[in-house]
Design a protein around this ligand. Structure first.
Ligand code: CTP
Ligand code: MG
Length: 233
């Protein structure tokens, strides 16, 4: 089954503290956004990529895509203040209701093709799927004055990653529904849950990190080193 992928890359990268959107950071001599896009460029099941960028970074992104021959990028559109608005802007570029759409953070370069395909296999008419890892720490809820109010059941908790995969029609309906009810979710699956859709949890790899703080750059280099030894790269 083929799919379209929307890549939100219109953040500020504040926690990375790099003085510039982290998407342009060089990770072992390749820009982060290019490392992420190459996974989809290489995947035959991916037939088009839609990138969401900050308005004033669109031209720089297009130049990078040309330079690194990321030929599947069909559109680079301007994002919004929240990630949810950025994904919505990307969705507007899909002018049909059939097929499968993936949403994947520009800041997650280590997802593997096998994981993407496992995810897509779980998608059905009223159900999406997300890559996720079981949490390792005990998770507690705390009040504003930092007093524990509840300890959650660890066996039931998952830390959710991207990609997240959905039928195009379902994700469009979920985003329209969220706009109408002014619901703001921290991922796309939560918008689908909000309108009663099902979401499958697909166990993913711990390597599929989102590069968020400077410490993650060291982890990224370690992952690349490991892959070189495995001859995967
Ligand atoms: N993103 C986006 N539009 C926004 C906010 C985020 O497209 N308004 C994208 C980011 O570019 C990133 C992904 O969503 O690829 C995940 O967000 P995050 O890791 O939080 O990145 P930033 O928002 O850029 O970082 P920070 O929160 O530290 O500023
Ligand atoms: Mg952010």
């Amino acid at each position: 089954m083929t799919y379209t992928v929307i890549i939100p890359a219109a953040g500020q990268g504040k926690r990375m503290n790099a003085g510039r959107n982290k998407q342009f950071l060089q990770i072992r001599s390749l820009p982060l956004i290019i490392r992420t896009l190459q996974v989809f460029q290489k995947d035959e099941a991916c037939h088009q990529i839609i990138v969401v960028a900050n308005f004033d970074e669109i031209e720089d992104m297009k130049q990078l895509f040309a330079h690194y021959e990321v030929t599947k990028v069909q559109a680079v559109v301007s994002g919004g203040r929240e990630r949810q608005e950025s994904v919505y802007a990307g969705l507007q570029e899909i002018n049909h209701d059939e097929g499968v759409v993936l949403v994947h953070d520009g800041a997650r370069p280590f997802v593997r093709q096998e994981e993407i395909h496992q995810l897509i296999n779980k998608v059905s008419a009223n159900a999406g799927a997300v890559l996720a890892a079981r949490v390792k720490d005990t998770i507690k809820k705390g009040s504003a004055d930092q007093i524990v109010t509840e300890t959650l059941m660890r066996d039931e908790l998952w830390s959710v990653q991207t990609p997240q995969a959905f039928p195009v029609e379902l994700l469009k309906r979920a985003h329209e529904g969220a706009r109408t009810s002014e619901f703001l979710g921290t991922d796309d699956a939560s918008l689908v849950e909000h309108i009663g859709g099902h979401i499958h949890l697909v166990p993913g790899s711990e390597e599929n990190i989102k590069l968020t703080t400077p410490y993650d750059i060291s982890i990224a280099e370690m992952i690349l080193e490991g892959r070189k030894e495995d001859q995967h790269e």
